[in-house]
Design a protein around this ligand. Structure first.
Ligand code: MN3
Length: 253
């Protein structure tokens, strides 16, 4: 009896010590029980504007539109809870500061000047906005100009995919993988930790990002659990190439 009690106490301690799961240490996670099972996943969310100049766009598609590559429940929780959480905290952090007047990209480029709250939440707001924008059920294809640049840099589309997948797979713990244009106009693949993105002045490999995949566990764990490579493979079926093509054109200007 005494042994059972000790075992229970130890288990409870371990469970508490390990919460929240997924290596996400910032205490940002909403309890999963709050998500209603009767949620209408066929709905398209409205955009949110808490502060002029800083909006959180609608997904532009329904929560279930990326199935089977990314399941509806993951999209719902990822957009409604994680993404909005970062967005809300970022807006609260910059309210009534001079950052209200600064474009988000400018804040990213000077991120080393600001505190961890602005860096983490602002970085995650930027990254998630960027991620949702480069996903779509209507995938399309790379423009001739982008395809030519990819072939010049990586040899072929297949080689590029392989390198991108390898980098996304090998990102240890939470973070992002990117296709980025460097200052000299060449393309490269890199990964960043946590909230960092290539626009930030603290990025190891800086440049103008064109495509990203979120490899935090919250982006895939409900469907794929430990099988991150399967999520990365499925990601290719829902890339919004029109958005990536537009970013490439703008980066070339
Ligand atoms: Mn995420």
């Amino acid at each position: 009896m005494k042994n059972t009690f000790v075992l229970l106490a130890v288990s409870a301690f371990i469970m508490t010590a390990c919460y929240p799961p997924g290596g996400e240490k910032e205490g940002l996670e909403e309890p999963i029980a709050e998500i209603q099972e009767q949620t209408d996943y066929s709905a398209v969310p409205e955009k949110t504007v808490l502060l002029e100049g800083f909006e959180l766009p609608s997904l532009g598609y329904s929560y279930n539109a990326l199935e089977p590559s990314i399941d509806a429940r993951t999209v719902y929780i990822h957009y409604e809870k994680h993404t909005k959480g970062y967005y809300n905290r970022f807006i609260n952090a910059i309210k009534e500061t001079n950052l209200e007047e600064m474009p988000l990209e400018e804040i990213m480029r000077n991120i080393s000047r600001y505190d961890a709250g602005i860096r983490r939440n602002g970085g995650q707001y930027y990254n998630h906005k960027f991620y949702w924008e480069n996903l779509s059920p209507e995938s399309g294809e790379p423009s001739p100009a982008l395809l030519a640049a990819i072939e010049k840099e990586f040899g072929s589309m297949e080689e590029f995919k392989k390198e991108f997948n390898d980098v996304a797979r090998s990102r240890f713990a939470s973070g992002w993988a990117w296709l980025t244009m460097g200052e000299d106009g060449s393309l490269f693949v890199s990964h960043t930790a946590n909230e960092v993105n290539p626009l930030m002045d603290i990025a190891e490999y800086p440049g103008t990002p064109l495509l990203t995949i979120d490899v935090w566990e919250h982006a895939y764990y409900l469907k794929y659990q430990n099988k991150r490579p399967d999520y990365i493979t499925a990601f290719w079926d829902v890339i919004n190439w029109n958005a990536v093509n537009k970013r490439y054109t703008e980066a070339m200007e």
